[in-house]
Design a protein around this ligand. Structure first.
Ligand SMILES: *Cc1c(COP(=O)(O)O)cnc(C)c1O
Length: 394
């Protein structure tokens, strides 16, 4: 996407304009086509469209809709993929991408450090006869050992939830491609702003749009980005028949979110860096995890891969669960909740909420300790966030 040479607009310009479709009224803002169906001029026209719908012809909103298509085109342009399919949630996107491509007997290699619901989707794949091998995503030797000729796909979060492990996308993609496997990444924590996932070897990039794309914690949505063949021939048939389509209203919210995403995410990441620096070395904390801090185990990789530490921080309160809860309960500006990427800063206790389902052994293995708090840094003034955290730490 070198804008200077081929005159492709820069991402911030595309985020405002790309994919717009205007009706005969020439409306300025993107219209919400809140319609499930479309009328045909004749029975023959209906027959022809069911036989083959052109790129701007629609049949039923479960298959596609003009507002949803605007969102798909816009995010595909930002991500640098040929096409995208929008879904009802991030999990519909993860489920759609993996189930659409796998069949019984296939082999998938996944990083162990995943969002709880992503782990559940992998358990479902195993139930339907897909063999799933789990690896420590930061250990290239484990990927090398687990990937074998004929492996169908590898799947991982480029930055893991909640412990912010950064996975070497290019190195894992090289191993996967050598075996003929498709590289599917959940890129939520990296954000589309800091992602160069396709350039670095990802074949399929999946997002929960609920997070940074909405940016205001209003609506659920997701998206699968990939080649036109993968999106229209593999993913679309699966999703249009199993019902994971996005609501046109939510697609409209996400279109608006994309317009300001670059500004928001950069501001949030800048604040996150300031907050992480302020927390680092605090006597009540046994650990501060932020990929932008030089002592993060994959700091160099994070900066090379994303150019930023991102909008998420994790820290471990010394004294375990009771101490962590006491800190959470003293927060005045930062809210206790479980979304992320929101304009409002949000603190989460993963061990008892988002990752509650995991066994104690799995939590320990993933570093989800009783004292761990995940912080999504929002759009407030970083000075107020630091003050809030410092007073809560006592
Ligand atoms: C939130 C999240 C999801 C699921 O997205 P929903 O929109 O809530 O369905 C998947 N992966 C990661 C990393 C997430 O943070």
């Amino acid at each position: 996407m070198s804008a200077a040479n081929d005159k492709t607009p820069h991402p911030r310009t595309q985020a405002v304009h790309h994919g717009s479709r205007r009706s005969q009224y020439g409306e300025m803002a993107e219209a919400i086509f809140l319609t499930q169906g479309f009328v045909y001029d004749s029975a023959e026209a209906a027959e022809a469209r069911f036989h083959h719908a052109g790129p701007d012809e629609f049949i039923y909103a479960r298959y596609g809709n003009p507002t949803s298509r605007m969102f798909e085109d816009r995010i595909a342009a930002l991500e640098g993929t040929e096409d995208a399919f929008a879904t009802a949630s991030g999990m519909a996107a993860v489920n759609g991408a993996l189930f659409a491509m796998c069949k019984p007997g296939d082999h998938v290699v996944a990083a162990r450090a995943l969002f709880g619901s992503c782990l559940y989707v992998l358990e479902l794949l195993a139930r339907f006869g897909v063999e799933v091998s789990y690896v420590d995503g930061t250990d290239l030797e484990q990927w090398r050992t687990a990937i074998r000729p004929g492996t169908r796909a590898v799947f991982f979060e480029t930055v893991s939830n909640p412990t912010l492990e950064v996975i070497d996308l290019r190195a894992v993609a090289d191993l996967a491609h050598a075996a003929g496997a498709t590289v599917v990444v959940d890129n939520v924590f990296a954000t589309p702003v800091f992602s160069r996932a396709v350039e670095q070897g990802a074949d399929v990039v999946v997002y929960s749009a609920t997070k940074h794309m909405d940016g205001g914690g209003r609506a659920l949505a997701g998206v699968i980005c990939g080649t036109r063949h993968f999106v229209r021939e593999v993913v679309e048939p699966y999703l249009k028949h199993t019902g994971g389509a996005i609501s046109p209203f939510h697609a409209w919210i996400m279109l608006n979110g994309l317009q300001t995403m670059d500004l928001r995410v950069r501001a949030q990441a800048e604040s996150a860096a300031a907050v992480a620096a302020a927390l680092h070395g605090h006597p009540r904390l046994s650990r501060v995890i932020y990929p932008g801090l030089p002592d993060h185990p994959q700091h160099q990789l994070a900066m090379a891969q994303m150019g930023s530490g991102g909008t998420m921080i994790a820290f471990e309160v010394a004294g375990g669960k009771d101490a962590a809860f006491a800190v959470l309960n003293r927060l005045r500006i930062i809210r206790i909740s479980n979304n992320l990427g929101d304009a409002k800063s949000i603190a989460t206790h993963p061990a008892t909420t988002t990752h509650q389902r995991l066994s104690d052994a799995d939590k320990a293995h993933l570093g989800i300790t009783p004292g761990l708090v995940r912080l999504s840094v929002g759009l407030e003034d970083a000075r107020d966030l630091i003050d809030d955290l410092v007073q809560a730490l006592g």
